[in-house]
Ligand binder design. Sequence first.
Ligand code: CA
Length: 518
Amino acid sequence: MGILKKTACIFSLFFISYKGICQINSVKHPNIIVFLVDDMGWMDTSVPFYDSTMPLNNRYHTPNMQRLASEGVKFVNAYAQPVCTPSRSSMMSGMNSARTHITNWTAPNKGEDADEPDGEIAPLNWNKNGLNPDTTAKDMSHATPFPKLLRDAGYYTIQVGKAHWGATGTPAANPHNFGFMVNIAGHAGGNPQSYLSEQRYGNMPRKAQPQAVPDLEQYYNTGTFLTEALTREAIKAIEVPIKRKEFFYLNMCNYAVHTPIMADPRFVQKYYDEGLDSIEAKYASLIEGMDKSLGDIMDYLKQKGIDKNTIIIFMSDNGGLDQHQRGGPGNTHNYPLKSGKGSVYEGGIREPMIVKWAGVVQPNTVNKNPVIIEDFFPSILEMAGVQPHSIIQKMDGQSFVSYLKNTTLKEADRPLIFHYPNKWINISLSDEAKYGINYFTAMRYGNWKLIYRIRNQKFELYHISKDIREENDLVNENPAEVKKLAMLLGKTLKERNAQMPINRATGKPAPFPDEIIK
Ligand code: CA
């Protein structure tokens, strides 16, 4: 550190209240926005993430995502976990869900188990209360969350919208415990009770459930759809650091497009006119409302002249819903991907991801390196110039910043793990097998994907780069690859201290995948 800079830093310590600013070496730091959508599928956009434009890309209208993609890079092999809390807590901690033991969504009430009961398999003792920065809490995974590190380094940190890191009555329900200085509408709830201001976003007298959205009283009965209210609040919140000339981190988490599938009145008519059924028209309107939210924030950054120094990372937390509450036939909502939310097939885990970083990312580019949601932790810290010193957890994520700077860089193969030893929903055993739901673990490794059905200890093998729909199971044709991948999957799960469910009849945990390979 030069004498001048050192002097300035010591000088600033007397006058700047926040600590740790001297950890950052450069004078100017990027603002960072993660725009995390809830339950948005890979195909729920007019931006094609597949090799060609598909019918669903023509159904949905997301002009602002198109704009973002034209200014940034599309990651076409980006992944998250099959449901909300595992992905969200992995993002906050940098740990894979096999390690956090947060392998299912957390119910809003403390101690409540979202796992469905099962006749063959006993309930798993997973971290059903979620993620906690406090190491003394029980039934919780412990981690130093990255927003806390950003705040300590001088970032103004803002949470807007869905949090869903754990249960009410635990520290996980309060975004302030994760290092956020401002929290608007984030709590233990995993969906909005209502998107409508006329229903006070759920806060109706004697009708409010744990999913009633907090903090938005000023919008009640104003005709403001939830997505719009959150967007206006986000813009108001970032005005503060902009005025103070501070750098900020915004965790922009729209509740859209999670159920309840309700019409966004600003956009729904067009989809009715296009002949979509009522549910699918409403769903498409939720998507377009979310896209307007993105566009409004992008416009505001430009208006304030800070768009060039603000990184935007667009992501979804799991695949598009397919099993229930949707219109039209099943297993079509994420086509060409198979299945949807809750599944370890691609429809449940492959995500639309875009990164814009002016001056660093080459506009309108595509990156094929596989990335996963725990990579956000080290990536965001690297973007901010903050070292993950003194974190209490073992991190599984790897920074993707080098791919942003060098488009030709190719990642060495590494195991991306989707471990779901829980029962998400009650469906028949044949549907479990068909849709890849309940008691599965899976691994993407290079071009390959190995799926292990824990209930009956059966493998499936797909060459995912050639067979994105996962229709051509190569398990019998390529036993050598199955063996190699099963060994790697088992080893990685054990390294991460992963849990396996217990068979009621034998009282023993199910074998890890490497243990049944001969
Ligand atoms: Ca979700």
